[in-house]
Each structure stands twice: as C-alpha cells, then as structure tokens.
Write a protein that binds this ligand. Structure first.
Ligand code: PBG
Ligand code: ZN
Length: 328
C-alpha cells in the first residue's frame, strides 16, 4: 500500500500535532456561567438534579463569581429565584418591583466587578407568575400581546440596574421589538438583546425547572416554544428577531439541535450563542457518577461539538469545572 498518498492519520500522531491542526477550539472567553439567585444574601442551596450547581444569595454569589473570574469565566447569566413564601401574580409583576431579586443582584455584581464581568439577565415571567407560564393567561391560554408589556418592564428593570445584556427566553412573538422599544424609551439604547431566538420545547429543561421553581402549574410550553420536529422554522424565528433588533441569537437546547445551530451560524451575521441546558448537564453528571461514561471526555466532546457546529458563545453549567480541572 505504498501508493496510498493521502493518509489522514499522519496528522494524528501525537497530542501536540493534533492540537496544532484542531479545527474547533474552546476558550474561557466564550463561556457564560448560569446562576440561580436567591433573595436571602447568605443562602446557598444544593440542586438535587444538578450536582455542583447551587442557588445562592448575592453574598455567596459574589464570592462564587470572584472565584470563577480567577478561572477565566467573565460572563454570567442570572436567573432570579423567588422563595416559596414570595407572592406570585398572574402577570409576573414581582419581577420588576422595586425590590425584585435580579435587579438587586445585577447592581451588586456590577458594583463589585465593574467591567471585568459581563452580566446577562434572563428575561422571562415563568419564575414570577402564579401559573408558572412564561406569559400572561387569558381565557385559559398563554396570551401573546398582553405578556409583552411585562417582559419589557422586566428587561428595563434589569438594564436600569446595570445589566450589560438582557436575554428574553419567553418565546412570545414580538418580544424583542417590545423590549427594544422599552429600553430605548428608557434611554437604554446601548443595552444589547441576546434573544433566545430558537428555543425548543424540550424535556431537557427538567432539572432547571426544579432549580428555578418555574414549572408550569398546568399544561406545557408547546404553544409558545418551538416544536422539535422543525428546522426551517428556526430560520424564521431568527429572522424575526433580527428584524426586531436582536443583537445576539441563541439556539437552545444545544446537543439535540446542532443542525439548527449550524443553520443559524451560516445564515446570519450576528454572534450565535448555544445554551447547553440543565438536562444535558445532568445526564452527563448522572452517567459519570455511575462510572458509565468519563466526565471529562464526554464534557469536552460536547463543548467542542458546539464550537464545531458554529457557536461563538457557549452557555454551560460545565464551565467552572472544565476550567478548574484544566480540561481546556
Ligand atoms: C425560562 C427558562 C428555561 C430555561 C432558561 N430559561 C426553562 C423553560 O423554558 O422551561 C432552561 C435552562 C436550562 O434548562 O438549563 N423561560
Ligand atoms: Zn419562562
């Protein structure tokens, strides 16, 4: 077989050569670490289905973020988690009240870390509505247009508190435009919107709903989140968001939607984020805990898959461990 001219194995003969020719690379600067924020500043709670991830009050969170910054994690995505004793309303108004959790956390983090840290906030109603839905209910259904005002108010509250980027995850039609107009009206013209543009209705959000106490009290989210069977529809969703003023597009979940991630990357010029969601994280952790898979190998394989498929930004619960253990 001496006449075999092309031998791909020539470039695989040792780790340094493999690193030299690797196409997809990971970089801590592309990571966003999600956080669940509690009202009590010193509280810290384990999350059963998400090993090594905690809900934390702002004092604890500040310490965690400081340690993460030393590892190179320079962006966070915040989810406010109201306590069981806090009132929830049909319209989620507590999300933009004077004492709302997320704006307080934003202000504290920005005060402490300034421009060293990019603070992104999830904008949605589900953690604050008594129904657990991402919008307002009318006639037994999640009503689109009446939800927009509340989402917009929440986004303004976050941005006014100093959020660097707001990230609407509700999937109401027209929410990017409503938020853009509200931000501009409040003089917050420079606050970017990272839209959860292509957010599928997914069983992979299970652990998150436990973590954020945001499970719907009836029905499911299929009337507003995307249907997993659809690929072209993702282009429509992204196109609408771009027309409405989205600055960054997102695909969520990640692993089961790598084709969509690639499509969005190829068809748009905006930066593309992928959300490696809770269930994807928990599956790796659970199987690794049983010794069925190797955590490092599988985690890095997944994270590289996102970059290979086209993600500029990777939102992942794995960020801290991957960096702390030197997996990159
Ligand atoms: C809230 C929201 C969800 C996630 C992010 N924002 C849950 C949902 O839509 O039910 C999921 C994140 C994860 O699973 O890690 N709208
Ligand atoms: Zn929601």
């Amino acid at each position: 077989m001496a006449d075999l001219l092309v031998r791909p194995r020539r470039l695989r003969f040792n780790p340094v050569v493999r690193d030299l020719v690797a196409e997809a690379r990971l970089d801590a600067r592309a990571f966003v670490m999600p956080h669940f924020v509690l009202r009590n500043p010193v509280a810290a709670e384990e999350i059963d289905a998400m090993p090594e991830i905690r809900r934390e009050g702002i004092d604890r969170l500040s310490a965690t973020v400081e340690a993460d910054l030393k590892l190179g994690i320079r962006a966070v995505l915040l989810f406010g988690v109201p306590g069981d004793d806090e009132p929830k309303h049909p319209d989620g108004r507590s999300s933009y009240a004077d004492d709302a959790i997320t704006p307080r956390a934003v202000a504290a983090l920005k005060k402490r870390f300034g421009n060293d840290l990019v603070v992104i906030t999830d904008v949605c109603l589900c953690a604050y509505t008594d129904t657990g839905h991402c919008g307002v209910i009318e006639h037994g259904r999640v009503a689109n247009d009446p939800s927009l005002e509340h989402l917009a108010r929440q986004a303004v509250a976050h941005a006014a508190a100093g959020a660097d980027i707001v990230a609407p995850s509700d999937m109401m039609d027209g929410r990017v435009l409503a938020i853009r107009q509200a931000l501009d009206g409040a003089g917050l013209v420079d606050t970017p919107i990272m839209s959860y543009s292509c957010k599928y209705s997914s069983g992979y959000y299970g652990p998150f709903r436990e973590a954020a106490h945001s499970a719907p009290q009836f029905g499911d989210r299929r009337s507003y989140q995307m249907d997993a069977r659809n690929r072209r529809e993702a282009l429509l969703e992204a196109e609408l968001d771009v027309e409405e003023g989205a600055d960054i597009l997102m695909v969520k979940p990640g692993l089961a939607y790598l084709d969509v991630l690639r499509d969005i990357k190829e068809n748009f010029t905006q930066p593309v984020a992928v959300y490696n969601v809770s269930g994807e994280y928990s599956m790796v952790k659970a199987a690794a805990a049983r010794g069925w898979i190797d955590e490092r190998t599988v985690t890095m394989e997944n994270l590289h898959a996102f970059r290979r498929a086209g993600a500029d930004i990777v939102i992942t619960y794995h960020a801290r461990k991957a960096l702390a253990e030197g997996w990159l």
